[in-house]
Design a protein around this ligand. Structure first.
Ligand SMILES: CC(C)(COP(=O)(O)OP(=O)(O)OC[C@H]1O[C@@H](n2cnc3c(N)ncnc32)[C@H](O)[C@@H]1OP(=O)(O)O)[C@@H](O)C(=O)NCCC(=O)NCCS
Length: 167
């Protein structure tokens, strides 16, 4: 199935979006536009051409403290390490279990890969909302940091396969 992927805008309808995580659904409906408008985050949505949102992810620049990382993750790095945070990611529950979550995640990683290629940034960070989400991220190669099992990272040098063929 093909979806249109766009930056969240006023014409998108988020009213029917339901991912199974109320907190993520509420944030999309109530806070995402304001956060984007203030350039704190950037939210991308999927729809079928009709504007009705069926998936979204939110990215933002971020710093992580070296002391929160495992030794091998922190080696040679400064106190505050520039990164990208995938702050939120969710797919409507009607679409779960068909490989679309992986496609959505790949789309978020492509944005982070472009950012890292053009601006630098050492890691992509994800914060898992529960153990199921942590397991999904581990399945995609992410590893927990030392301080928190729900925060996982992947070096941006691993993102080359996600870069688009042409800029
Ligand atoms: C997390 C989410 C995006 C995954 O989407 P999905 O459609 O259910 O997952 P997919 O069908 O795309 O699964 C793709 C791959 O991930 C694996 N996977 C899916 N959920 C997994 C889990 N909980 N643990 C481990 N692997 C998982 C699948 O086995 C599949 O592996 P494969 O490609 O090797 O066969 C979706 O369940 C969701 O939106 N959940 C609610 C919001 C949420 O938890 N967001 C996480 C951010 S905090």
């Amino acid at each position: 199935m093909d979806f249109v992927c766009e930056v969240l805008a006023d014409g998108h309808d988020t009213s029917a979006f339901a991912s199974t995580q109320q907190e993520l659904d509420d944030w999309l409906r109530k806070s995402a536009r304001d956060s984007d408008g203030r350039n704190l985050t950037r939210t991308y949505v999927w729809h079928r051409g009709d504007g009705a949102v069926v998936a979204y992810f939110t990215l933002m620049p971020y710093f992580i403290e070296r002391q929160t990382l495992h030794k091998k993750q922190a080696r040679g790095l400064p106190e505050r390490i520039p990164c990208y945070l995938i702050a939120r990611l969710a797919l409507d529950h009607h679409l779960h279990g068909q490989g679309l979550g992986s496609q959505l995640f790949a789309s978020a990683l492509t944005r982070a890969a472009i950012g890292a290629r053009d601006l630098g940034g050492r890691y992509v960070i994800v914060d898992a909302i529960d153990e199921g989400a942590a397991s999904f991220y581990r399945h995609h190669g992410f590893e927990p940091i030392a301080g928190r099992a729900d925060r996982l990272v992947l070096p941006t040098k691993a993102l080359d396969p996600y870069l688009p063929r042409s800029p």
